[in-house]
Design a protein around this ligand. Structure first.
Ligand code: ATP
Ligand code: MG
Length: 406
């Protein structure tokens, strides 16, 4: 991509109510644009980052047999009335709208109901199970407070997966498979070593659920952990009974801030029973399907990575998340000519800063945008047939043969 042809410009300041450092950089570097609190646009670089995150999530979920769908955003109230989640007293984050022809619709805040309702038309026998479906979709939630930039939005991108099984054993197997897929996902996203499988409250059908909590100062959760015993629990389950269960004592647990980047939950028959999703077992008996739900906050993950991977100059994207791998700058006449030549054929992985600006401004933008490698070609480096390649993360600069960069 050629910067001279892009509408993107880096900004000296972020929206004034943006307090988290990563969120400020995302705005200033032109990744996102804030419409109103909790509502953001993703600009070309930001969209590429989101797409890279989505690709990793998709690959790992497809690997375990997940089938991707795209469900509607507009929600028919009926299934939500059946599960008692349409009433704003029960679910206070609904955005709703009136139909011109009369009646009301909601904007999907989550999708247990529509998936369950849809699958009722496809599942009838034990032979049709298990099923694992997911989607990556914009969710709408009328959150009371939207903060830390894209980490808590009123409109945000979520990956939500739902599993459907005949019995507990089958459900538990799926649950473990998703849990392991999540571990691989956060590893590949570069936050694996700071992301902990955390015990959280479970609801009627299982004692616990599991959250994936990433250490992050601007996160909204309080977690308690013991590194030696690899036990992490959410504040909400910090009671004697749970600590006994997990074999830890209060004084062995350290408290820290974290952001919930995902969660996995056993639903049992909570949705299948009221919505009548049943199957016929081997003996011809009708039984309710057992469900699980599994979320990943795609846009929140982007926000968390931005918070964790930045320094006083800007963002520092890991290579597989970065919108582009190289930031190319040509200095002096010869350098610019050579950079032009080098850029040709590499449009998908290179930001070519061919703008009519001082070198210092280009260097500063390369750092603010957090592109993994800055490549500078000048008369001086050309004399030896080389380019200067600087690693954004380590700050190390190496002279590399031009031939290697083609
Ligand atoms: P939280 O406790 O942070 O509100 P939640 O329990 O409401 O999260 P779920 O409804 O299970 O979360 O959503 C699945 C995932 O979507 C969460 O783990 C989180 O990563 C992400 N998420 C939830 N709410 C938001 C939001 N308002 N903005 C961005 N991401 C969100
Ligand atoms: Mg919530």
């Amino acid at each position: 991509m050629r910067l001279s042809q892009s509408f993107i410009k880096t900004l000296r300041s972020a929206p004034k109510d943006e307090t988290a450092r990563g969120a400020q950089y995302l705005s200033r570097a032109g990744y996102i644009y804030k419409e109103i609190a909790g509502v953001y646009d993703y600009l070309p670089f930001g969209l590429r980052v989101l797409d890279n995150i989505k690709t990793i999530v998709r690959e790992e979920l497809n690997r375990i047999g997940g089938e991707e769908c795209l469900m509607s955003t507009l929600q028919n109230p009926e299934p939500w009335i059946k599960t008692d989640r349409w009433d704003p007293e029960k679910m206070d984050i609904w955005f709703r709208t009136q139909l011109a022809a009369g009646g009301e619709l909601g904007l999907g805040p989550t999708h247990e109901e529509p998936f369950t309702e849809m699958l009722r038309n496809y599942i009838s026998s034990y032979k049709d199970l298990p099923v694992a479906v997911y989607q990556i979709q914009t969710k709408f939630r009328n959150e009371l407070r939207a903060k830390s930039g894209i980490m808590r939005g009123r409109e945000f991108l979520m990956k939500d997966m739902y599993t459907f099984a005949t019995n507990e054993e089958e459900h538990d197997k799926l649950y473990e498979e998703v849990k392991n897929a999540y571990i691989r996902i956060y590893d590949r996203l570069g936050i694996g070593s700071d992301t902990f499988v955390t015990f959280a409250s479970g609801g009627v059908f299982s004692k616990y659920s599991h959250e994936f909590q990433t250490l992050c100062e601007v996160g909204e959760d309080n977690i308690y952990y013991n590194a030696d015993k690899s036990v992490v629990l959410n504040e909400e389950v910090l009671i004697d009974e749970v600590m006994n269960d997990l074999g830890v004592k209060r004084e062995e647990l350290e408290n820290t801030r974290a952001a919930e980047v995902g969660n996995i939950f056993t639903l049992g028959t909570k949705f299948s029973a009221p919505l009548g999703l049943e199957y016929t077992d081997k003996n011809g008996e009708r039984k309710p399907v057992l469900m699980g739900c599994y979320g990943i906050g795609i846009s929140r993950v982007m926000g968390v990575i931005a918070e964790k991977m930045c320094d006083d100059k800007g963002l520092v994207w890991p290579e597989n998340i970065a919108p582009y791998k190289y930031y190319l700058i040509g200095l002096n006449e010869e350098g610019v000519k050579k950079a032009e030549e080098l850029y040709h054929g590499h449009e998908e992985e290179v930001i070519f800063d061919d703008r009519d600006l001082h070198a210092g401004e280009k260097f500063a933008d390369a750092e603010l945008m957090g592109i993994p490698y800055r490549v500078v070609i000048s008369d001086k480096t050309l004399a030896d047939g080389k380019a200067e390649v600087t690693n954004r993360q380590t700050g190390e600069t190496k002279l590399v043969d031009l031939a290697e960069l083609y």
